[in-house]
Design a binder for this molecule. Sequence first.
Ligand code: SF4
Length: 247
Amino acid sequence: MRGSTHADHLGVSLQKHVGLSAVGLCIPTGRVNPDQLDELARLADVYGNGEVRLTTGQNAIIPNVPGERVAGLLAEPLLKQLSPRPSPFVRGLVACVGTDYCNLALIETKSRAIALSEALHNKIGSGANPLTIHWSGCPAGCGNHQAADVGLRGFKARVDGKIVDAVAIYTGGRTGPHAVAGQEILETVPCDESLPDVVAGVIQSYRFGVEAREYAALSDPLFTAATTAGLASWRLKETQPPTGMPA
Ligand code: SF4
């Protein structure tokens, strides 16, 4: 059975093999250039056993790094670009390929996703809890926009007589044993300079809603009793609101 927690494998994790660590590096939206790939391979050869593993979150892991070599790896210049400790708005960022390589795409996704996350970092700050932000460039949903705390689905909209890039915004999606599809909360948001303000507002109200539900659940004597008896997952499922809770 799948666990109730999700690990993104970023940062340094001890492996089951004594003395070895895995170092997870964040690749914003999964896009790397050839020089970065060459350097990633070199680091895997120098510090690990030559293996690089790719994750569903579009990131990379260098496994089998001896403990005494971890500090050297963390000091490598490439890790300034592919950070093991990224911004909370980049850490869970996923974007489909968008107009760059997909004939079905309705909007550009990857560079727009990075620009939005940088703007959110500047607005909300680096101390925020990580949250997942997924972009899909069309309704096909290859970016799994309904499986994220905040999802964006691109399309074309007519605004003041002009055709512009726009997104519908979803919140509350999650995977795992209590999977919930994100719900659309904003139908048409143009991808212009107002987008960061709109999404920042969505995040603040989403977090407030989650905290309020968690507080209500913990104040519920049935929930407390179920937790004590090891039945919290049952109770959580019963009490889960339609919008879900972040992983
Ligand atoms: S979601 Fe749409 S735009 Fe993105 S990769 Fe899939 S088909 Fe292409």
